[in-house]
Write a protein that binds this ligand. Structure first.
Ligand SMILES: NC(=O)c1ccc[n+]([C@@H]2O[C@H](COP(=O)([O-])OP(=O)(O)OC[C@H]3O[C@@H](n4cnc5c(N)ncnc54)[C@H](O)[C@@H]3O)[C@@H](O)[C@H]2O)c1
Length: 479
């Protein structure tokens, strides 16, 4: 069904979302599921992504997502590439496109690339008639709404617009639970009636007191600030993990001890090989850029350290593997358990695994990679991408390294068969269920295990015969 042929909904609200990604897809599926009388159309330029949304194999993996999509798809939820039709036939248009870090030009490596958001605003201006509410769902630098409003003002057909900011706080891996019961929904805007219209959508399943309204700029800045604070906690505990390793303290014990202080709280204090995902690094760099833009150099340096510490943590992990394996991994086989940036997602953007694999490949290691949800194609693409030089080329040597020294397999046992070491990169639950006696038996001896997520029982593994190196704790030698 094309968007323009969908019959009008009882309360006349029709929603279109531009961008069928990790945010647009699940968010709109949840709105459609909870509000059967609202027609929701998700549009994207990417034909294969839309085809996947219309198939049994969705483009993204999220626990519970398929059930939500299947409940609403074909009823009041449509996925389409007809961007113009979607815009025309809707009263409320969400912009949920990607806002990656700029790779070239002014602000490269820091500022957000707003090209896709601007294109959406221009398209909305061109295609709209009457009055529309435009909702920024993408994470945007503070004051982007200003630019969006200016572009919309140039609409050739006399259309009028209200612009709202409604940043998304879902976390991948728990997106459905987060959308069903969010800590809060944030709506920033100038028009009380537009804010109310959007609030009424969320109110269908979220208590009113959890729907916060602010001015546009507070809403835009709150999203960047939330991600900066979350990432800061990870970098803080990771910094302490290095000190734990040097002193004999155990970072999980320290995290537990400080987390019981109600002023600190227990969440987001898990030390690891470093945070990943498409948002934390990008949003902090964006914050850094904004601070620099407004002449706040000291504030910029302060937040930049969160990313610097994260890079240090990833590097520390790969360096530790090389050092421990007698200062060389050349021609040694290393099993990589997990490639996604966290469990319960197939998203690999900025995954720590990519950087650790890069370092180990540079040292001549042979990698056998297993992830329960990430495809071989994605893994190879990510590795090619990380080896791109400044002119975005991959050298013949690096291509050869990936072709010859990377094998992708379909289970963890296969990955560790004949391996000199295992590196746990993602905290997938299935790694905790493995028969570690069997794993140990089939490895080269001495068998090393580097637990980048501290999910496996180090003492028990040592009793089997592993030499275990976790994060923020002393190594555990075979007993
Ligand atoms: N992924 C997360 O966990 C998360 C959480 C909260 C907020 N966000 C923010 O939400 C935004 C979207 O993130 P995502 O992870 O969903 O990105 P994504 O890359 O998964 O999806 C973006 C989609 O937009 C489409 N697109 C780009 N330009 C378009 C255009 N002009 N017309 C139609 N479609 C277009 C792309 O084809 C792509 O499918 C970003 O700003 C991100 O920072 C992401």
């Amino acid at each position: 069904m094309s968007p323009s042929s969908i019959p009008s909904s009882p309360n006349n609200l029709r929603i279109c979302c531009i961008g069928a990604g990790y945010v647009g897809g699940p968010t709109m599926a949840m709105i459609a599921k909870q509000c059967p009388e609202i027609h929701v159309t998700v549009v994207d330029l990417n034909q294969s992504r839309i085809d996947q949304w219309n198939s049994d194999v969705l483009p993204i993996y999220e626990p519970g997502l398929k059930e939500v999509v299947e409940q609403a798809r074909g009823r009041n939820l449509t996925f389409s590439t007809d961007v113009e039709g979607g815009i025309r036939s809707s009263d409320m248009i969400f912009i949920s496109v990607n806002t990656p870090t700029k790779t070239h030009g002014m602000g490269a490596g820091r500022a957000a690339n707003l090209e896709f958001v601007e294109k959406c605003a221009r398209r909305i201006a061109e295609c709209s008639v009457g009055h529309k509410i435009v909702v920024e769902k993408s994470t945007l630098p503070v004051r982007t709404a200003e630019a969006v409003k200016r572009i919309l003002k140039s609409a050739p057909n006399g259309a009028t617009f209200d612009v709202l900011s409604n940043p998304e706080f879902l976390a991948e891996g728990t997106a459905i639970a987060d959308l069903l019961a969010p800590d809060r929904v944030l709506i920033g805007g100038e028009s009380a009636s537009a804010i109310e219209r959007l609030a009424q959508v969320y109110e269908r399943w979220i208590p009113r007191e959890k729907i916060l309204t602010t001015n546009l700029w507070s809403s835009e800045l709150s999203k960047l600030t939330a991600n900066a604070f979350l990432a800061q906690r990870v970098s803080s505990i990771n910094a302490i993990s290095a000190l734990c390793e040097a002193t004999g303290a155990d970072v999980d014990e320290v995290a537990k001890a400080i987390g019981t202080d109600s002023r600190i709280g227990p969440k987001f204090l898990k030390a690891s090989v470093g945070f990943g995902g498409s948002c934390f690094q990008k949003d902090i760099l964006n914050l850094v850029y904004l601070c620099e833009h407004f002449g706040l150099a000291d504030v910029a340096r302060y937040w930049e350290q969160v990313v610097v510490m994260n890079d240090y943590q990833k590097k520390r992990f790969s360096t530790n593997i090389v050092r421990t394996l007698f200062h060389t991994v050349s021609d040694k086989q290393i099993a990589i358990w997990g490639f996604a940036f966290k469990k319960d997602t197939n998203d690999t953007r900025e995954s720590a695994a990519i950087y650790v694999c890069r370092d180990l490949l540079e040292e001549g290691a042979r990698l056998v990679i297993y992830d329960p949800r990430v495809s071989e194609k994605q893994i190879r693409n990510d590795l090619l991408h990380v080896f791109k030089d400044q002119s975005l080329e991959v050298s013949a040597r690096h291509r050869q390294l990936i072709e010859k020294n990377v094998t992708v397999v379909s289970d963890a046992y296969q990955a560790s068969n004949q391996a000199h070491a295992i590196a746990v990169m993602t905290e997938w639950d299935e790694f905790k269920q493995l028969d570690m006696h069997r794993v140990h038996q089939n490895m080269q001896q001495p068998a090393f295990l580097f637990d980048g997520r501290n999910i496996l029982p180090a003492e028990k593994l040592a009793s089997i015969g592993f030499e275990v190196h976790g994060i923020g704790r002393s190594s555990t030698l075979p007993s």
